[in-house]
Design a protein around this ligand. Structure first.
Ligand code: EPU
Length: 427
């Protein structure tokens, strides 16, 4: 297993280009199952998770080819409708094939994902939504079997909480249903909007993009699509925060500044300078050492569905707040177990106390943050350890970095080009 070694304390400088969004690529890849033919997806990041999704599609009988960031997927000859446990256990987003398989074949069998490092993460909203559309779901031997004997029929579906993949799954099932489906309290994340655009390009009729109420008028048939994956707002945010923590000046290109309203507001309140272009950010921050006398302001955050502060940036923001000049309260409202990074950050000298769903971070001077051997526990937690390692003095060694590779394209290479002393070694 590989690990990452960082010698911290070097400011970042230069330009970094953002990849396509993992959480948009996965549903768009699943959507190719809806109708037979060659679909073309551009700006697809080459990640462990996108490779897993391609394996899921292969298991169902699809073929694909990749040229650079363009992936072409042929879903003409589906041979199965089952996503096996071996794949779903490595990536719970495999459940995204349920909706399109139901829309196309009226049948799907998908392993129920277990809990994961950040929480129980049930899929009851997805299943209840399918049932409203006329699907019968049963659970047998760890698999969800979903079946509809006739064409799915439109219905009104209300989510107790906005669910990103839940909204995506119901959208994909409903586009070819008979009649109209209304999703109330739908997720408004930009990745859902990216899927809506692709489905519309396939011939679907969907109103209310980017709102919490989506109306889908079912159509009889769809055509293969060409679509581009939006820039990864979580990768963008991770680099913005990294510059805040390590200091320096970096231009982040190929991103969408409009997709990070809460983060940019919080970073500015903390004292990080951010200039927004049409599709770029320039971010700068002094190095936080005793000589510069510069201090970050401590600010509070509460994670919320979009456009609130994203839970996928909570761990990284906490790594920044370690260096704040006061106390920051970080309140996590989306997942019940998303503080796994705290114990690792404490090993570096961070002063953090957990109180239920809040973490109380008391800032320490940068010279008290020291590198240490650390263990990555999930994707975003790993990114927070990298950020802390960049800001800390001495050597940080992060093991189990396969988590990081699920969602960050070439992070080590990108950071090295920005001047970080970071390398990957075989364990
Ligand atoms: N929920 C339920 N029942 C459901 C579905 C969701 O109770 O059937 C709850 C969840 O437990 C959670 C809340 O609703 O409390 C919202 O969860 P959501 O369904 O939106 O999460 P998700 O769709 O499983 C996606 C991203 C996650 C991201 C969350 C929240 C993908 C593939 N995954 O997950 O991304 O954290 O939305 O924004 O889009 C990551 O990339 O690291 C990651 C975990």
């Amino acid at each position: 297993m590989d690990k990452i070694i960082i010698h911290g304390g070097r400011p970042l400088a230069g330009t970094v280009a953002i990849s396509g969004a993992k959480n948009a690529a996965l549903p768009l890849m699943a959507a190719t199952l809806l109708t037979p033919g060659w679909h073309t997806l551009r700006n697809v990041p080459d990640l462990r998770d996108t490779r897993t999704m391609l394996r899921v599609l292969e298991t169902l009988g699809a073929t694909w080819e990749r040229q650079g960031a363009t992936v072409r997927i042929d879903t003409s000859g589906l041979t199965g409708a089952e996503a096996p446990y071996d794949l779903v256990k490595t990536m719970r987003a495999s459940v995204l094939v349920l909706g399109p398989l139901l829309g196309r074949c009226g049948y799907a069998r998908v392993s129920l994902p277990g809990g994961c490092a950040i929480g129980a993460r049930p899929i009851n909203y997805h299943l209840r939504g399918f049932e409203n559309l006329g699907v019968t779901t049963t659970l047998a031997r760890g698999y969800v079997e979903a079946r509809a004997d006739t064409r799915l029929r439109g219905a009104t579906i209300y989510f107790d909480k906005p669910s990103v993949t839940g909204t995506e799954n119901i959208l994909m099932a409903a586009v070819t249903a008979h009649g109209t489906t209304v999703i109330k309290n739908a997720a408004r994340e930009p990745e859902v909007g990216n899927l809506v655009d692709m489905l519309v390009a396939m011939g679907a009729e969907i109103k209310g993009k980017d709102s919490d109420r989506l109306t889908i008028h079912g159509v009889r048939s769809l055509v293969p699509a060409e679509a581009a994956i939006i820039p990864d707002r979580i990768e963008t945010g991770t680099y913005l925060i990294a510059v805040g923590a390590a200091g320096g000046e970096v231009t982040i290109t190929g991103c969408n500044p409009a997709h990070l309203p809460a983060l940019t507001e919080k970073l500015r309140s903390a004292g990080v300078r951010i200039d927004e272009g049409m599709d770029s950010f320039t971010v700068s921050c002094p190095v936080h050492d005793a000589a510069s006398g510069c201090h970050l302001q401590s600010v509070d955050i509460t994670t919320l569905p979009y456009p609130g502060f994203p839970t996928d940036l909570q761990a990284q923001f906490m790594a920044l707040m370690i260096l704040g000049s006061g106390v920051s309260i970080i309140h996590e409202t989306i997942f019940e177990n998303r503080f796994m990074h705290v114990a690792e950050l404490q090993r570096m000298g961070a002063d953090i106390t957990i109180d239920g769903s809040s973490a109380i971070v008391r800032g320490i001077p940068a010279e008290r943050l020291c590198g240490a051997p650390l263990m990555a526990t999930d994707l975003r937690a790993s990114a927070s350890l990298v950020i802390a390692g960049l800001a800390a003095s001495g050597e940080t060694e992060i093991s189990r970095i396969y988590h990081l590779e699920r969602g960050y394209e070439q992070m080590v290479e990108k950071l090295r080009r920005l001047g970080a002393d970071i390398r990957r070694v075989k364990e």
